[in-house]
Write a protein that binds this ligand. Structure first.
Ligand code: GLN
Length: 450
């Protein structure tokens, strides 16, 4: 009840949760108590009784699952996403569903149909996005941990702006079944919490092969806590030249450099690496992600579920009115871009080119990881910005993810951890990028600093 009380007290101001259901949460907590009474903890589930919030992109049986959109403002999910099911099996207790940018498109949580989310560190500033509700909930201690999803930075950037630790796993490690699709080849769920240790414990539950997700990877299960305490002597931290040039605010640079000094004291060495094609990551992403979104979002037709316009002349009119009413401006922008770059005559010029750039970016990382064990950079070029500061200019908003997007294009794991404070006493995040399946290594590097 501690967290439920805090939600009741602070959520009206923060708007971090779209849905809470105290009775349901308490029933889950009572179930956890009953399971605990029955046997030793190991047999009861790794997170027995641990309260947890879910981003509203994860289908949760019996709960409204809106994805931050008017389109799904009446959608009560009939089933659980694999991630949600796994947390249930582990004994976790659902505190509620967190606010987010509509269909996870955004970097400030200003595109949600359910209103903006405030950054608990400064209520005039954005919490980041798209997992902004999850981040604000943890930062304000309305939840000890939460799930998020990251297509181009949506776990790492809000974690950075709210002073948290958040991890995007290697593509395919966490099942996407029941996670409402934005850009399927980039989307990946992951944990957000106060520390890397908590993230490791959450990832232990979330990760694993799932026959219901065709891109899920079949591999041995791992214990992501196993290397947390490994010493960092001799660890090679790669610093991509392209990420430390212009574009980053001075306060962010100072905090990141200070963290790197700390790592040198811990025995790590820094090496210069280069990701020559990273300047093309934002343009390539804004072809590939909208292309996939335009296809994924075609399922919202007002027929089977979701919003349906009240009055219409015929079937086509019903589709177009329902979609015109149900989607917000950013979602429509992406559908238009995506449809354009996939259309006959433009496919080769845009989509195919973007896919080639994607390959070059992955190759850059492969070359860099021959020279280092983990890559470090800022997670975001600035601390949390003010509401309205970037929302009028989509390109400015898109540049918020300049350090995070290439990781998704290459399918690599990445995380953000707090590394001090910048202007306005706002938190700064250090991004770590690992090689494929380098989660345990990244968590080790983060934990030794924390
Ligand atoms: N901000 C990026 C976008 O708007 C990334 C979002 C995400 O990772 N879901 O697409």
């Amino acid at each position: 009840t501690l967290f439920l009380d805090r939600i009741e007290q602070h959520n009206p101001a923060l708007n971090a949760f779209i849905t809470t259901d105290g009775d349901r949460t308490l029933a889950m907590a009572r179930d956890a108590d009953a399971r605990r009474a029955k046997g030793p903890r190991e047999q009861c589930g790794a997170l027995l009784g641990v309260p947890l919030a879910h981003k509203d992109i994860f289908c949760t049986e019996g709960w409204l699952t809106s994805c931050g959109s008017k389109m799904l403002a009446n959608f009560v999910s009939p089933y659980d996403a694999t991630v949600v099911e796994k947390f249930k099996q582990a004994g976790a207790v659902t505190l509620g569903k967190c606010n987010m940018d509509e269909f996870a498109m955004g970097s400030s949580n200003e595109t949600s149909y359910f209103g903006l989310v405030k950054n608990p560190w400064d209520m005039n500033r954005v919490p980041g996005g798209s997992s902004g509700g999850s981040a604000a909930a943890i930062a304000a201690r309305l939840a000890p941990a939460a799930t998020g999803t990251d297509t181009g930075g949506s776990i790492r950037q809000p974690a950075s702006l709210c002073g948290l630790t958040g991890l995007k796993p290697t593509y395919g490690v966490v099942s996407r079944y029941g996670m409402i699709a934005f850009a399927s080849s980039l989307d990946q769920g992951g944990p957000m919490a106060k520390s890397s240790e908590d993230c490791a414990l959450l990832l232990n539950v979330m990760a694993g092969f799932d026959t219901r997700d065709s891109t899920s990877l079949q591999r041995e299960t791992e214990d992501y806590t196993r290397d947390l305490d490994q010493p960092l002597e001799g660890l090679r931290i790669g610093l991509p030249r392209e990420f430390f040039g212009a574009g980053m605010d001075d306060d962010v640079r100072v905090a990141v450099e200070t963290a790197l000094d700390e790592y040198r004291k811990l025995g790590a060495v820094t090496v210069d690496v280069s990701l020559p094609n990273s300047g093309l990551s934002v343009p390539a992403y804004y072809v590939i992600a909208p292309a996939e979104a335009s296809s994924n979002l075609s399922r919202f037709d007002g027929v089977r579920y979701g919003h349906r316009a009240a009055g219409y002349a015929d079937l086509i009119d019903m589709y177009s009115k329902s979609r015109a009413e149900g989607f917000g401006a950013e979602v429509k922008r992406r559908i238009l871009i995506g449809t354009y770059v996939l259309s006959h005559g433009y496919y080769d010029a845009y989509y195919l080119q973007a896919q080639k750039i994607r390959r070059l970016i992955a190759n850059d990382f492969a070359a860099a990881f021959k020279r280092c064990d983990v890559i470090a950079s800022p997670a975001s070029p600035s601390v949390a910005f003010n509401f309205g500061e970037k929302s009028a200019d989509p390109v400015q908003m898109y540049l918020s993810d300049i350090y995070t997007i290439s990781t998704n294009l290459a399918g690599l794991p990445g995380m953000s951890l707090p590394c001090g404070f910048g202007s306005g006493n706002m938190p700064v995040g250090l991004q770590l990028i690992g090689d494929w399946f380098g989660e345990a290594k990244m968590l080790n590097v983060a934990h030794r600093y924390q």
